[in-house]
Design a protein around this ligand. Structure first.
Ligand SMILES: *[C@@H]1O[C@H](CO)[C@@H](O)[C@H](O)[C@H]1NC(C)=O
Ligand SMILES: *[C@@H]1O[C@H](CO)[C@@H](O)[C@H](O)[C@H]1NC(C)=O
Length: 408
């Protein structure tokens, strides 16, 4: 299938995949891994909370879990540090340094450990004068900090936007850091928050964002709640004409972390987050405690059928095609003319509700023209078999739950 043909099919959502994406050859499918923020925040008191404080111990524990518990095999490869790893000051040569008490071995030693386990290491900095939690930011030191990360053999940089100064400084800082990372010669995935800080203030030039970043956040931080997951879906679909066209291999919209396996989401809501993050071609960055996670959440996060929707090599971001009567239908074109479809029930009361999915509703009526094979991936795997364009698929969907299908 050619991209031009696809963009005709999509009509209003014109999809021109990664046409001018950042040319570092990285993140050709959405990055997968683990990021500390949502679950571990900025806990720096290791005396009071030794197991959960932001320290090399936490990351070494997670690295061990990622390898021994099947996460790496499932595709979760990037182990990512968020804010609060830094010392309060740069060193005498203006170089960044990790907090010496919590990271006694320094970041290079941690990177060596992570690499020895077959994983990759992500780190965090900020385009402004200070990080969001008040640690030294990169403004004025873009080249030096990029070199430092390359010397430490870091593989991904999440670059926040707090304390950026003016919008010109924000944009310029992101451009400069992207160029600085390239100059190091090391392959480092560049995860930006540029659009998040511009949204509502000026029109975001996504063409340019995609030229400098491998992924970018558009909305505020996710939290461990159904309200937050719903808000991401609502915000994403509201501006899908803006977001969907720019996604593709090397360039991804980032709706923020998977909070599956924590405290806030019911089973059905966890299914909804997993299904929709797959449909949205989102980076799959879990933020949870891999040392303490239920078998159900683990199986959901490691579901290879769902992950293959997210990691589909076509790299198309899915979008909402239907919303009525508290149901939403989203679809995501897959390679070789296949399609992933989700149906979510937002009626948060009562029993499972019936939805009759008309196959002709989907993909501008191009799907299942003769006949196609329908498989349900979530909430549990089931083969429906062959259906044709005139079929109606009868689905029963739990309140705040989702059914995820693939059509081949
Ligand atoms: C730097 O950019 C050039 C040109 O876009 C690209 O060919 C090269 O692979 C990049 N190098 C790194 C390390 O990202
Ligand atoms: C957006 O950025 C692209 C690439 O840098 C540039 O060619 C284009 O003119 C910009 N568009 C606007 C409206 O500024």
């Amino acid at each position: 299938m050619t991209f031009a043909w696809l963009s005709v099919l999509l009509g209003s959502v014109v999809w021109l995949p990664g046409a001018r994406s950042l040319q570092n050859g990285l993140a050709l499918t959405p990055p997968m891994g683990w990021l500390h923020w949502e679950r571990f925040l900025c806990e720096t008191n290791c005396e009071r909370n030794p197991k959960n404080c932001i320290s090399e111990r936490l990351f070494m524990d997670m690295a061990d879990q990622m390898v021994s518990e099947g996460w790496l095999d499932a595709g979760y490869r990037y182990l990512c540090i968020d804010d609060c790893w830094l010392d309060r000051e740069r060193d005498e040569n203006n170089r960044l340094q990790a907090d010496p008490v919590r990271f006694p071995g320094g970041i290079k030693k941690l990177a060596d450990y992570v690499h020895s386990r077959g994983l990759l290491l992500g780190i965090y900095q900020d385009v402004g004068t200070k990080t969001c939690e008040g640690f030294p930011g990169s403004q004025g030191y873009y080249d030096l900090d990029a070199q430092t990360f390359a010397e430490w053999e870091v593989d991904l940089l999440k670059f926040d936007g707090c304390n950026y100064g003016t919008l010109d400084q924000l944009e310029d800082g992101y451009r400069q850091m992207s160029v600085a990372l390239n100059r190091t010669g090391r392959k480092i995935v560049f995860s930006c928050e540029w659009p998040l800080y511009e949204r509502g203030i000026k029109k975001i030039n996504y063409t340019e964002v995609a030229e400098y970043c491998n992924s970018w956040r558009n909305f505020g931080d996710i939290s461990d709640s159904w309200g937050s997951v719903k808000a991401v879906m609502t915000l994403s679909s509201a501006v899908q004409e803006e977001l969907v066209p720019v996604a593709g291999p090397g360039s991804w919209n980032d709706p923020d972390m998977l909070v599956i396996g924590n405290f806030g989401l019911s089973w059905n809501q966890q299914v909804t987050q997993m299904a929709l993050w797959a449909i949205m071609a989102a980076p799959l960055m879990m933020s949870n405690d891999l040392r303490d996670i239920s078998a159900e959440s683990k199986a959901l996060l490691q579901d290879k059928h769902v992950i293959s929707i997210n990691q589909d090599p076509l790299g198309a971001q899915g979008y909402r095609v239907f919303k009525a009567d508290n149901f939403e239908v989203w679809e995501k074109p897959l390679i070789k003319g296949s399609l992933a479809v989700s149906v979510t029930n937002f009626y948060e009361i009562g029993s499972p509700r019936n939805f009759l999915l008309s196959l002709s509703l989907l993909w501008k009526k191009r799907v299942c023209r003769n006949s196609c094979f329908i498989t349900r991936l979530l909430p549990s795997y089931h083969k429906y078999g062959h259906l044709n364009d005139n079929s109606l698929l009868s689905l029963w969907i739990n309140p705040s739950g989702t059914i995820l299908l693939r059509m081949d």
